[in-house]
Design a protein around this ligand. Structure first.
Ligand code: NOJ
Length: 546
């Protein structure tokens, strides 16, 4: 076994893990009401075992009025009634562990739902009262307090402040919400907030989880006095860490405390040992050195590499992201956590051009990602090559749609129920009629179901299964990643290990395979001994180690 940089210990499971993201309402419907649920997910865990993943991350399944797909939480330790019961969650964890799959859940510490008892109490209480201090209530600017306290913008569009009506029926204070108005931001300088989230972490650890995905981990603290952010908020990603609501210093002592909690809180049977628990940060910070601070040895273990996800299909740009990400993370001894898709992003097949071209590139991108050293997250349906679906106006659920005055259709197109089997909606998702399903499925997905793909050797599912198996057989070497290829980025290659080499060709000019190399897997048929355009290939040399 190779060591961890800077230590002699064995490689922790999460450094090279493949974790599968389950968005439960769209994964599998167990009770036939049209909404995916926890028993439905449990019954489909076999699919993930066959795929060969190491872990699952389940997006919020907590009680929620669903103003933002469940990221508006009314009870952080409950289970939403439409998804099941606490016992159903325990059953899911037990089944996953029996299959050798670890379980991560979301912790959403930046905000609560406006239906959370704390926020209801805050609204019922007077300005300046203790109940308001757990959130960020402020008086407005302007003569009569009619202007928001500062210029911050919500990530979903519009001001990040909403004015409340006070007990006298008159407009009063404003509260901060970096997302939807139904998601008031908590005041992380309040000791009750800190204590509450320690309780939340312990609750889920006691129920056997192996780690947490931390939602918008970079926004919990806001700069003192809430100064204006100035123009260009949410647009200029290169200076986003300078926003007064992003990336504040106080985050790091907090995450160190959480790490200590995870390392010491006892683990129930079936869960990983306390020091093997993982925290993965969702932090939209694009400065790589700043991002690397979240995965210092005594904080989190992983942080999603969104630069990889957001990079267009361009060899030079992708090579730069790969090299720079590995370099920045290596400096703090952390792996890169690669991600090609999520419940927030346009599906890769569509993002890379759609149709046959998009599909071909998404296949090559999968082989690129899965050969890179580090961890990878696979979002449900990525392994089926699903494209982004069109959602009719009257079925859109994402708050982005209304908040952007119907300019941005939002993220529902990647949150459509998975097609499992059959030739027409609901494609085995559950027993409900298609029109009663969580979001409508396209009529032309018959060839994309798990059943249709599983015995087809050219399918995306077969490619993912093969890549995950080979990746396990060929662990990444703990060496500096050396990327080779021409400066124009028309193709590049790198060694995953002494045996396995990955090459991706982005250009119309065919690239010859290495002399003497044997092909293990390719994302498209090769042309004799050359790699055609938009193709990834994994090869080994017969006389290894080279
Ligand atoms: C990130 C989540 O992935 C996204 O779906 C959500 O809208 C925001 N955080 C707010 O919680």
């Amino acid at each position: 076994m190779t060591g961890v940089p800077g230590t002699d210990g064995p490689v922790p499971w999460w450094r090279e893990a493949v974790c599968y993201e389950i968005h439960p309402r769209a994964f599998a419907d167990g009770n036939g009401d049209g909404t995916g649920d926890l028993p439905g997910a449990t019954a489909r865990l076999d699919h993930l075992a066959e795929l060969g993943v190491d872990a699952v991350w389940i997006t919020p399944f907590y009680p929620s009025p669903l103003a933002d797909g469940g990221y508006d939480i009314a009870d952080h330790t409950g289970v939403a009634a439409d998804l099941g019961t606490p016992a159903d969650f325990d059953a899911l964890v037990e089944r996953a562990h029996a299959l050798g799959i670890k379980v991560l859940v979301d912790v959403v510490p930046n905000h609560t739902s406006d239906q959370h008892p704390w926020f209801r109490a805050a609204l019922a209480a007077a300005p300046g009262s203790p109940a308001r201090q757990r959130y960020l209530f402020r008086d407005g600017r302007g003569e009569k307090g009619e202007l928001p306290p500062n210029d911050w913008q919500s990530a979903f569009g519009g001001p990040a402040w909403t004015r409340v009506e006070e007990a006298d029926g008159l407009p009063g204070q404003w509260y901060l919400h970096l997302h939807a108005p139904e998601q008031p931001d908590l005041n992380w300088r309040h000791p009750q907030v800190t204590a509450e989230f320690e309780r939340v972490l312990k609750h889920w650890l006691d129920h056997g989880v192996d780690g947490f995905r931390v939602d918008v981990a970079h926004t919990l603290f806001k700069a003192d006095d809430l100064p204006d952010a100035g123009p260009g908020q949410h647009q200029d990603v290169h200076r986003n860490h300078l926003m007064p609501y992003y990336d504040q210093e106080e985050l790091h002592p907090l995450f160190r405390n959480w790490r200590t909690l995870l390392n010491h809180h006892p683990a129930p049977a079936g869960a990983v040992a306390p020091h093997e628990r993982v925290m993965v940060a969702e932090a939209g910070i694009f400065d790589r050195e700043r991002l690397a601070r979240y995965v210092a040895a005594d904080e989190m273990q992983q942080v999603f590499n969104f630069a990889f996800l957001e990079c267009p299909w361009d060899g030079a740009a992708l090579r730069d992201v790969v090299e720079e990400s590995v370099r920045a993370m290596r400096a703090v001894g952390a792996p890169v956590t690669w991600v090609l898709s999520s419940h927030d992003a346009v599906r890769p097949v569509t993002r890379y051009g759609g149709g046959r071209a998009g599909e071909r590139r998404a296949r090559a991108a999968a082989l690129l990602m899965l050969a890179l050293p580090g961890a990878a997250y696979v979002y449900q349906g990525e392994e089926l090559g699903l494209p982004q679906a069109d959602i009719p106006d009257d079925r859109i659920r994402d708050p982005l749609w209304e908040r952007s005055e119907r300019r941005h259709r939002g993220r529902d197109g990647c949150r459509v129920p998975l097609p499992w089997s059959g030739t027409a909606p609901p494609y085995g998702f559950g027993a409900a009629a298609p029109e009663d399903c969580w979001l409508p499925q396209p009529a032309d997905w018959a060839e994309l179901t798990v059943t249709a793909q599983q015995d087809d050797e050219d399918s995306m599912l077969t490619l993912y299964r093969a890549a995950l198996r080979l990746r396990r057989d060929h662990p990444a070497a703990d060496t500096v990643l050396r990327v080779q290829g021409p400066a124009d980025g028309s193709w590049f290659a790198f060694d995953r290990s002494a045996r396995l080499r990955c090459l991706v060709n982005f250009s119309a000019r065919p690239v010859p395979l290495d002399d003497g190399a044997r092909v293990l897997l390719s994302s498209a048929p090769l042309d004799g001994r050359t790699v055609p355009q938009d193709t990834g290939v994994w090869m080994i040399h017969e006389e290894y180690p080279r």
